[in-house]
Design a protein around this ligand. Structure first.
Ligand SMILES: Nc1nc2c(c(CN[C@H]3C=C[C@H](O)[C@@H]3O)cn2[C@@H]2O[C@H](COP(=O)(O)O)[C@@H](O)[C@H]2O)c(=O)[nH]1
Length: 322
């Protein structure tokens, strides 16, 4: 995930529509330094969980389809998570690799009990097929095998996902610069960690390397908190619900500056609290330090805050590439 951090920092220092405001960072860090509000994974009670490999399969399918709900203003992430949960409860083989490759748009609609075509329905079906095909080809059809092969490393998991599942390879090309976000690949690692409470399939020795997930809710929350500042023209586009094209400078800046801002908030909290853990490695004769405040926790808090705020104006980009 270092490439997500490094390329996001680069965008933040070259951006023209979005600014990361240091006084906003300072205020949020000051507010959070004494206690970072803990948000429980599945605080909504909408996810499937059985503490085993089927949960891993469920989360992998869920996160492959976890994007862009806004074109249907009655649809949200909750419908997807709860709909897939119900489908699995009714039929434990619903997400077997061979079945995933056969679903059609109407099948998916029926599964989610959605009365009309889903936003980006063809893309969602294509991604289900890709997940089924590649799981079958390389991981005996099981997302749990994919996770097991990562030896408790979230960074390895994200790297493996992005190399095997091009639909989850979230990257943009800003003129002459490649920017990595890996939103859905990272959210899968975070969901495992949250669902399994850091144990079993959710045990990662490097969970602190995961960044926030560059969706469309958290950037809007960061703007509300004064952490991100938008140019007048960008504010105008967002406030008037106009679309921002996929891969445009505005979109890349919104997402990348959000990643960078959350990293900055985390750094500030560490500076204020000294929550930097140091240890000495005798083999290498070197002091290492790692951060105890996790971007994953900050993200979940910001996101949970955002989805409760019905008046939140977020950017609108029709895309699966984030
Ligand atoms: N940054 C971030 N974005 C997240 C999530 C989650 C859900 N995380 C689960 C993990 C534990 C909890 O129990 C949550 O349920 C969804 N999204 C994204 O929001 C977007 C808006 O969706 P909506 O307004 O519904 O249409 C959508 O693109 C969706 O991809 C998150 O945690 N962080």
């Amino acid at each position: 995930m270092e490439e997500v951090r490094a390329t996001s920092a680069w965008v933040a220092s070259h951006s023209s529509h979005v600014t990361v405001d240091s006084s906003g960072i300072e205020k949020v860090a000051e507010r959070m330094k004494d206690s970072i509000p803990k948000v429980e994974w599945d605080f909504e009670g909408i996810h499937y969980f059985d503490n085993g490999p089927l949960t891993v399969q469920y989360l992998f399918v869920l996160d492959a389809l976890n994007f862009c709900f806004w074109p249907d203003n009655e649809m949200s992430y909750d419908h997807l998570a709860a709909g897939l949960k119900e489908a699995l409860q009714n039929d434990k083989s619903a997400f077997d690799a061979d079945r995933l490759q056969k679903y059609t748009g109407p099948d998916l609609r029926k599964m989610l009990r959605w009365p009309r075509p889903l936003p980006l329905e063809d893309e969602r079906v294509r991604l289900m097929h890709e997940v089924g095909f590649e799981l079958e080809r390389s991981f005996d059809g099981k997302a749990s095998k994919l996770v097991e092969s990562c030896e408790k490393s979230a960074a390895k998991l994200v790297a493996l996902i992005t190399s095997h599942f091009p639909g989850k390879l979230m990257q943009y090309l800003k003129p002459s610069h490649q920017v990595f976000l890996y939103k859905r690949a990272q959210i899968f690692a975070a969901d495992l960690w949250g669902a399994f409470k850091g144990q079993g399939y959710g045990e990662f020795n490097d969970i602190e390397s995961v960044t926030m997930f560059a969706d469309y809710i958290v950037p809007a929350v960061l703007e509300q908190l004064g952490v991100l500042k938008f140019s007048p023209s960008l504010s105008n586009i967002i406030d008037s619900n106009r679309e921002i094209s996929s891969g445009s400078e505005e979109e890349v800046e919104l997402r990348a500056c959000s990643v960078h801002a959350v990293e900055e908030i985390r750094e500030q909290i560490h500076r204020k609290t000294g929550k930097q853990v140091e240890f000495y490695c005798f083999m290498l004769r070197y002091y290492f330090s790692y951060a105890r405040v996790l971007s994953v926790e900050l993200d979940l808090w910001l996101w949970a805050f955002g989805v409760k705020c019905s008046s939140l104006q977020h950017h609108r980009t029709l895309s699966i590439y984030y």
